[in-house]
Design a protein around this ligand. Structure first.
Ligand code: HEM
Ligand code: HEM
Length: 183
């Protein structure tokens, strides 16, 4: 496997760091709304800055994606699977950007300051509007669960490549060393 068979090293690092952050965010979010205890404000205090960091990294990642050609998929991969991979990746990128923006807009509409850490507050991106807050809150929940399902589908596809097709796709994102896996 040579370097053109793999995603650029910064794309690989961003992929795995963001995968951990996004999975953590989904669990923090779900844990947060299912508790009425002191844990709610504490979890939200983590949820806001990690979510905004996901937004910033997603913008960097989009830049990396547009300036570095991804490795080509195996030539024998059926057209339908290629189309599904592109659609899934597009949806994952959309949610990486949309989830934090919806969260930020939701708190803006609620009139709640978006505190990243003590002393650092983001400006509101929407005017105070309680009905809009209710609407965005439902959207944040719906998009969150769609994100969960997409990631499960993505994980399933990655495992099909790694364990069943045994082609170069999984290695293109997961391999960091120089040693060849073939043979
Ligand atoms: C990758 C980014 C994000 C992910 C994956 C994510 C995910 C989630 C999930 C799964 C929930 C639980 C939804 C429910 O069941 O009702 C949630 C709740 C929430 N999120 Fe996020 N979120 C993200 C970013 C943000 C950001 C950037 C903010 C604000 C700056 C934010 C603010 C909130 C708030 C306030 C709630 C609680 C809403 C309530 O009490 O009903 N989120 N989030
Ligand atoms: C948890 C959140 C995750 C997100 C948001 C995510 C997102 C993405 C995106 C957008 C791509 C396309 C790369 C690009 O074109 O820039 C990608 C590729 C890839 N991901 Fe993930 N990923 C996640 C987790 C995982 C996990 C858990 C695995 C495997 C265990 C995985 C394995 C792969 C592989 C093998 C590729 C390259 C495959 C290809 O090009 O079709 N990802 N991921």
């Amino acid at each position: 496997m040579n370097s053109t068979d793999r995603f650029a090293v910064h794309a690989r690092i961003l992929h795995w760091v963001m995968a951990i952050m996004i999975l953590a965010m989904l669990f923090i979010g779900a844990g947060m709304v299912s508790t009425a205890s002191r844990a709610y404000p504490d979890l939200l205090a983590w949820h806001r800055p990690i979510g905004i960091a996901v937004l910033a990294l997603a913008l960097v990642r989009l830049g990396v994606r547009m300036t570095h050609r991804p490795p080509s998929l195996p030539a024998d991969l059926p057209v339908l699977q290629r189309a599904m991979a592109s659609a899934m990746h597009l949806a994952l990128y959309t949610l990486m950007l949309a989830m934090p923006l919806i969260g930020w807009a939701m708190l803006s509409a609620a009139g709640t300051p978006v505190v990243l850490w003590p002393g650092t507050v983001l400006p509101p991106i929407l005017a105070h509007d309680v009905r809009m807050f209710g609407w965005l809150r439902r959207l944040h929940r719906l998009a969150g669960y769609a994100f969960f399902l997409l990631i499960l589908g993505h994980l399933g596809a990655a495992l099909v490549h790694a364990l069943i097709r045994r082609d170069s796709v999984f290695q293109s994102m997961a391999r960091f060393g120089n040693r060849s896996m073939r043979g």
